[in-house]
Structures are given as structure tokens and as C-alpha cells.
Design a protein around this ligand. Structure first.
Ligand SMILES: [Zn+2]
Length: 409
């Protein structure tokens, strides 16, 4: 038996006035997902455990089948894993955005989508000027860089517990109240402060200004943690897997799970992504792996934009160009289970993530239908069963021969 997860990031939502009081999943035309519901089991599950932040890190960890309470150490370590970087026991890894601060405000958390080449030059300058044996700057893709901080145990714990704010949460706002806060905050605040003159003097920034682009005026440190506490799928289930996603974070979770990370040209994390390429790569990977995780980012991005029309389009594209061909391949193979799920709610109204239950559908060999008809929040709620521990779904999918509702007792 093989397993395929089709993850529509942030697909779930609340009823939206612009869609006649229906959710985007309810409003959108989704014949393939509806067929998966009709052929399999559907219901609600909670990818975000109570009290944890509703992010793609926690949500995707859950859908990968890992208990976030046991495994999650921070967002940065998962992204670092995608670059093959694992912090040592005496280290923390921080996400190190290059950002544009202006007039006391977070003008741009991407430094105007700075290029990877410019970013590499700037991170190199930071290494020379303020890097030490204990402070290491590692360039990544565009504004998404890393900073590794080594400290003795007495300092490491307070740094681990610092309250750091994602810069995309304070766009256009005064940033001073969102600087890292807590015991030993001065260590991290001093690094941010020290980056500013180094960046201001750099030729790459002067060239950007001359070209009418925003300069990277500062680093912004957040998402810190030690090595993720994850065992691989091989160790847990005795199977191997592959992941395909445009997002470093999701690929990083895959790497921690011991997966092959599939490289597909033209994947963007948006509506213009190469859906067909992702599906082809995923189906081909099922020839050599037992488990494949295919992640699509567009529903989340369009919800952050607050665009009901685009979120509906993202869901309909996901249905027609991802779910439909995968279900067809599953029918042809006869040995493939397919799970369709979001990783959290992304609310069009608030333009941000929310915790709470989201719908799933699971179909394939040995799965007994539970009588629902459509893939959306209200229909899934009719099943009347909630899985508060969302991370139990995938282990059930992999391990259980005969699946009837409820999947987990
Ligand atoms: Zn997400």
C-alpha cells in the first residue's frame, strides 16, 4: 500500500460575505475533491494543537504525522534542515530576514524581494564585520537567511525562550515594540542594531537605491530553535518518502523525515506554479517510494491577500490540476491511498492563519466510505467527529489495513 498526501495550504476558511456566506471550499467547484469524499472517509481534524500558534510549520508537521508538541523546536530549524544545516546541542538557529526598516516602521519584510546574489554579498559582509566563532550568518534564498548562535547552557535557554515576532506580522507597523523580548534580549537586539551600519555602507545596497529599489537596512531575527526532534519515516514506519513543495519550510520537514526533496522547475508557491510538473514528479516518485507529500501554497497566499476570487481560483486549480489527475492515477494503480487536507485555516477576513478544525478526505484501498458528499467545512462537520490530535491521521493512513470512520479511537 502506498500513500499520497495532497496538501492545500490554508484552504479552510470561515464563511465569507463576498461568497454569499459560504466558505471558499464550499463555494468553489471541486468535483475531484468531492469524489474523494464520496469514495472515502471525511470529517474534521485539528492540525494546530490547542495553545500552539496557527502556522504552516505546526500545521504541516501535524499532517506529516508528527506531534508538534513533541517535535517542534522552531520554524528556523525546519527551514535550515532544507539547507542541510542542523544546529549542534549548544546552538540555536534563527531565521535572519533581510528587511527594510524606515521611519521606525517595518516597511518591507523581504527587503523588496532582494535577490539571492545580493543577499549572499550582504550576509558575507555581516559575517566579516560582526560574525564570530559563536555567531554565524548563512545565506539562503532571497531575504530568507539564517543566523546560528552558539552559547553556553545558561545563556542558551533564555535565548531559546525569547519572544521573537515574525516580520510579516508587523508590516507597516512600528517595530520597536516587536523587537526580541525576554531575558537576554540584549544579545539579539545588539546583533540587529550592529547589522545596520554594515548594510548601509554596502555597495549592493547603494546599487539597489540607485536602481529605485528598497535597500536591506537591517536583519530581523526570529523563529529560533534547536535541532527538530524528529525520527525518520524509515525509523517510524519502515517506509521511504518524497516531498514536493515551493516552500523551504515544507521541504525542510520532509528532510527531517528522511525524504527525497523533488526538484521541479517553475514552481512558485503561487497561482502561476507548475501544477502539472509537481503532479508528474509526485506520481513518478511513487514508483520508488511508499509515501509522497505534495504541497500547494496558492490558497494560503491568496487568502493573505484578502482576495476571495483568487482563493476560489486557487482551490479550483488545485482540484482540477492536482487532485483530479492524482485520483485518476490512484484508480489506475489500485494500491494508493490519497489524503486531501489543509494545514490550517487562512482567513480571508483577517488575512491571517487561525486555529480550529479543518476538513479532510481519505480514499483508496481498504477505506470504507462514511456517506458524505462534498469537501467543505460544513459537510465535514456532519460526520460529527473531531480528531483533536491531527497528527494521528497519517500514521493511521499508513498502518491501518481496513479504515472505517472514525479512523482513530
Ligand atoms: Zn500553511
Amino acid at each position: 500500500m502506498k500513500s499520497l498526501v495532497l496538501l492545500g495550504d490554508g484552504m479552510a476558511d470561515f464563511p465569507v460575505p463576498e461568497l454569499g456566506g459560504r466558505t471558499p471550499l464550499d463555494y468553489a467547484r471541486t468535483p475531484a475533491m468531492d469524489a474523494a469524499v464520496a469514495q472515502g472517509v471525511s470529517g474534521l481534524f485539528c492540525p494546530i494543537p490547542d495553545g500552539l500558534p496557527a502556522g504552516s510549520d505546526i500545521g504541516n508537521l501535524s499532517v506529516f504525522g508528527y506531534d508538534p508538541r513533541q517535535t517542534f523546536t522552531g520554524r528556523a530549524p525546519l527551514e535550515a534542515a532544507n539547507q542541510g544545516i542542523v544546529p549542534n546541542d549548544d546552538e540555536l538557529v534563527f531565521r535572519c530576514n533581510l528587511v527594510t526598516l524606515e521611519d521606525g516602521k517595518m516597511r518591507d519584510f523581504t527587503a523588496d524581494h532582494i535577490t539571492s546574489e545580493e543577499s549572499r554579498a550582504l550576509m558575507g559582509a555581516l559575517s566579516e564585520a560582526i560574525g564570530t566563532a559563536d555567531i554565524r550568518f548563512v545565506p539562503g534564498v532571497s531575504y530568507r537567511n539564517l543566523c546560528l548562535v552558539r552559547a553556553e547552557a545558561a545563556a542558551l535557554e533564555p535565548l531559546r525562550r525569547l519572544r521573537c515576532t515574525p516580520p510579516h506580522d508587523i508590516i507597516g507597523q512600528n517595530y520597536t515594540s516587536s523587537l526580541p523580548a525576554g531575558d537576554r534580549q540584549e544579545t539579539v537586539r545588539a546583533l540587529i542594531e550592529a547589522s545596520r551600519p554594515v548594510l548601509a555602507a554596502h555597495p549592493a545596497n547603494r546599487a539597489r537605491a540607485a536602481a529605485g529599489k528598497l535597500p536591506a537596512t537591517s536583519i530581523w531575527l526570529w523563529g529560533q530553535g534547536g535541532a527538530p526532534r524528529m525520527t525518520t519515516y524509515k525509523e517510524r514506519f519502515g517506509v521511504t518518502g518524497a516531498v514536493v513543495s515551493a516552500v523551504d519550510l515544507v521541504n525542510g520537514i520532509g528532510r527531517c523525515a528522511g525524504f527525497e526533496v523533488l526538484r521541479v522547475p517553475g514552481i512558485t508557491g503561487y497561482l502561476d506554479t507548475n501544477y502539472e510538473g509537481k503532479v508528474a514528479a509526485a506520481l513518478e516518485a511513487l514508483e520508488r517510494h511508499d509515501f509522497v507529500y505534495l504541497h500547494v501554497e496558492a490558497p494560503d497566499e491568496t487568502a493573505h491577500e484578502g482576495r476571495p476570487d483568487l482563493k476560489v481560483q486557487a482551490i479550483e486549480d488545485f482540484d482540477r490540476r492536482v487532485v483530479a489527475p492524482c485520483l485518476e492515477a490512484a484508480r489506475a494503480r489500485g494500491d494508493l491511498r490519497v489524503l486531501i487536507a489543509p494545514d490550517h485555516v487562512t482567513s480571508l477576513a483577517s488575512r491571517t492563519h487561525a486555529p480550529g478544525p479543518v476538513p479532510f478526505a481519505l480514499c483508496g484501498p481498504g477505506v470504507r466510505p462514511n456517506g458524505l458528499r462534498a469537501f467543505h467545512e460544513a459537510e465535514a462537520a456532519r460526520a460529527g467527529v473531531l480528531y483533536p490530535d491531527g497528527y494521528t491521521l497519517v500514521p493511521a493512513m499508513i498502518r491501518t489495513q481496513e479504515i472505517a470512520f472514525p479512523l482513530v479511537r
